[in-house]
Design a protein around this ligand. Structure first.
Ligand SMILES: Cc1cc2nc3c(=O)[nH]c(=O)nc-3n(C[C@H](O)[C@H](O)[C@H](O)COP(=O)(O)OP(=O)(O)OC[C@H]3O[C@@H](n4cnc5c(N)ncnc54)[C@H](O)[C@@H]3O)c2cc1C
Length: 392
């Protein structure tokens, strides 16, 4: 006979960084929550993320507003969380190979500044000072002091530990297979081992968020967008900021299913340099793509020639939770009373997790949301969906 638990205010499905942030802010607001995951903490895409907390790659609009709120919340969290989270407010540097791309960066930064981003133009001399090992011959770039970094799996684990200290219950290794429904509303979820009853269920299942929506009787077109990351041998600090070339911004915004790569290079406190990440929609294909790794390696060496002779220790991949308009789904689903979504953050879920958690906590308690949740409505029109064979 499965156990039954009914003294909860909310059940959160997913123990990735987004579910962890939802649990953290919900318990901070005084709610009793349970988090359930079929695997381990950060065993989904969070464990494959790089941990960039970027405002620099987002154009003015709702995602940037979410990123700016998140950047402020990450700073607050860093002050109260253990150092294992490896928060570093190191700043980002976007570089332009030529004058045309520098002019495009200038226009992009102008819009961001109006939204509250600090973007400082860097001439060739400044580039050398900011990053002494950068390739010569670049036209210039922009320095974004608000960009930062965390260790994603540690961040999720620390947020969950803080939520547990506030009374959250965590059930790992338990797959949600069914929703409990009564009087036209979601009343909880079932796993093989238990029934968790609550007036609200939060879908924080990342790339599998579409499946959870289906279980609840609705739809959310979340698709996997695969990414590879290269990890080098430990090095002394040769890369100080998050450094990437201007064309990365276009890659992020593109909805193409084809392989796209523009390296983001960053050092880590323990020494290895992370070089990420490719983007392609190939479903949940786990096979190694030598072409993806080759491109990342050559782009990183073009930015930092010193990396050309460095050994790569390993490569890993993950599947970003992609929604066709590149915005996450956050908030109550008006089609299914009692169901809330917090998924579909694509390549920015680590950065956007705290603001997502704060929005969900506000929705659960009826408090004033910290920003307008309208653009993230889960029932918004998503436009044309890719067909079979286009990376579904
Ligand atoms: C290569 C790569 C690099 C990236 N780099 C960055 C970066 O630098 N910065 C950034 O912000 N983002 C980055 N991302 C994106 C980021 O990793 C994701 O947006 C984020 O981790 C999503 O978190 P999540 O909690 O929504 O999903 P997940 O971490 O996938 O968590 C969802 C959880 O739901 C669980 N689940 C699913 N179905 C069920 C079920 N039926 N029952 C119970 N549990 C279930 C899964 O087991 C999983 O643990 C990167 C992604 C990739 C692939």
């Amino acid at each position: 006979m499965p156990k039954r638990s009914s003294s909860l205010d909310a059940v959160i499905v997913g123990a990735g960084v987004v579910g962890a942030a939802c649990a953290y802010y919900a318990t901070r607001a005084g709610l009793r929550v349970a988090v359930v995951d079929r695997g381990s903490v950060a065993g989904g895409t969070t464990g494959a993320g790089e941990g960039n907390l970027l405002v620099s790659d987002k154009e003015a609009g709702p995602e940037l507003d979410l990123a700016l709120l998140s950047a402020a919340l990450w700073r607050e969290l860093a002050a109260v969380m253990p150092p294992e989270m490896e928060y570093e407010d190191k700043g980002g540097l976007v570089v332009a190979p030529d004058e045309i791309s520098l002019a495009a960066l200038r226009a992009f930064a102008e819009g961001q500044r109006a939204a509250g981003v600090t973007a400082v133009e860097a001439g060739t001399e400044d580039l050398r000072e900011l990053e002494p090992h950068l390739a010569p011959g670049l036209a210039g770039g922009f320095h974004y002091p608000q960009d930062a970094q965390v260790q994603p799996a540690q961040a999720a684990a620390r947020l969950l530990a803080a939520a547990t200290a506030q009374g959250a219950r965590i059930h790992l290794g338990e797959e949600v297979t069914e929703f409990v429904v009564g009087r036209g509303a979601v009343r909880g979820v079932r796993t093989r081992f238990r029934e968790l009853l609550a007036p609200a269920v939060v879908n924080a299942a990342g790339t599998w968020g579409g499946r959870i929506a289906e279980l609840a009787g609705t739809t959310l077109p979340v698709l996997p967008r695969r990414g590879f990351v290269l990890v080098t041998e430990p090095l002394p600090r040769v890369v100080r900021h998050k450094v990437y070339a201007a064309d990365y911004i276009a890659d992020v915004a593109s909805g193409s299913a084809a392989l796209q790569s523009s390296a983001v290079v960053e050092g880590t406190p323990s020494g290895p340099v992370l070089i990420g990440a490719t983007r392609e929609r190939v479903g949940f294909d786990r096979s190694l793509s030598v072409e993806a790794l080759r491109r990342l390696a050559s782009q990183a060496a073009a930015l930092f020639p010193v990396l050309a002779d460095v050994r790569v220790l390993r490569a890993y991949h993950g599947f970003r939770p992609y929604l066709p308009d590149h915005l996450p789904a956050i908030g109550p689903d008006p089609r299914v009373p009692g169901l809330l979504h917090a998924c579909g953050h694509e390549g920015a879920g680590i950065g956007l997790a705290p603001a997502t958690g704060a929005l969900i906590a506000a929705a659960l308690t009826g408090a004033e949301p910290p920003l307008d949740p309208g653009p993230f409505r889960p029932d918004r029109p998503f436009g044309p969906q890719p067909g079979p064979g286009e990376g579904r």
